[in-house]
Design a protein around this ligand. Structure first.
Ligand SMILES: NC(=O)c1ccc[n+]([C@@H]2O[C@H](COP(=O)([O-])OP(=O)(O)OC[C@H]3O[C@@H](n4cnc5c(N)ncnc54)[C@H](OP(=O)(O)O)[C@@H]3O)[C@@H](O)[C@H]2O)c1
Length: 260
């Protein structure tokens, strides 16, 4: 099956592309580096020709609600419209566990993305995942400098590889009935403390010579978003499927393979 992957060059996008390929499908990467701009729509219609499903794992790095909302709104409107024109039968989008309970700017953009997807003419499945194991490295990359401030944050992180595989399975399986949006979740095997994860990755990067020594400082963020992150608002519900690779196993593999 030909499946478009919006954001197919990103952290989870690369795993999604390889999971599709491993299962014998034909992934089509939609990214600016592949000649497609999901915000302006440039190159999108031509790239979607013949695609039976579309997976959206595109992303914008930012924390301002207005900026992030504008990005996901534009991407979702363009993808749903052009997927319908191309005759695709299923759109799968990646979201995040707890976005509606944690009033944080980036999450407000993800809520907007889900709202736009609800009016898609093509059936939509949304997978809400926990933070990736890779998130600790992404956080460090976005916070240059000696001191790294991390909110007190309970999370149950999952390997991006397992999220990519779940997205590929969803997209190539049966879509929900027309007019319905199917929601599911995926988290990792263990609850962790985000500052500890970021500290471990910072230490491993410094030990391997791939980064400077960093000091990770955990703070309780005031306000509703901080209370919710510290209080478990990002944790999965009781019956959520769990990935198998724990953060420590993932980190040990990165160190062994030199891929941190
Ligand atoms: N990181 C996490 O822990 C986590 C957890 C749960 C869910 N999620 C969700 O997973 C999704 C992917 O996150 P990620 O961290 O894997 O993303 P990422 O590594 O930042 O990759 C972003 C992707 O989007 C593409 N992109 C950005 N702007 C574009 C544009 N205007 N047109 C076309 N392509 C564009 C990028 O390619 P180009 O730069 O080449 O355009 C890249 O392929 C996001 O929706 C995020 O909310 C993330």
């Amino acid at each position: 099956m030909k499946v478009a992957v919006a954001g197919g060059t990103g952290v989870v996008g690369r795993w999604t592309v390889s999971a599709l390929r491993d299962a014998g499908h034909e992934p089509v990467v939609l990214a600016r580096s592949a000649g497609v701009d999901l915000v302006s729509g440039q190159g999108l219609a031509a790239a979607l020709a013949g695609c039976e499903a579309v997976i959206d794992v595109s992303n914008i790095a930012g924390t301002k609600a207005a900026v992030v909302s504008a990005f996901f709104e534009a991407v979702s409107r363009n993808l749903t419209r052009e997927a319908a024109v191309a005759g695709a039968r299923h759109i799968v989008a990646l979201s995040i566990i707890g976005i509606d309970g944690v009033p944080y700017g980036y999450y407000q953009g993800k809520v907007r993305q889900e709202e736009v997807l609800r009016s898609s003419p093509v059936p939509v499945s949304v997978l809400r995942a926990a933070q990736f194991h890779e998130f600790a490295g992404q956080y460090l990359a976005r916070m240059p400098g000696r001191f790294v401030i991390v909110p007190k944050w309970r999370s149950q992180p999952v390997a991006a590889r397992e999220v990519g595989a779940a997205l590929a399975r969803l997209a190539t399986g049966s879509p929900p009935p027309a007019g319905e949006l199917a929601m599911s979740q995926l988290a990792g095997p263990r609850e962790e403390n985000m500052a500890d994860l970021i500290r471990q990755v910072a230490r491993a990067q410094a030990a391997s010579g791939r980064g400077k020594r960093r000091q990770v400082i955990e703070v309780r963020i005031p306000g509703a978003a901080g209370r919710s992150m510290a209080g478990g608002g990002s944790l999965p519900g009781p019956d959520v499927p769990l990935g198998t690779q724990a953060f420590t196993e993932w980190l040990a593999a990165q160190v062994r393979e030199g891929t941190l």
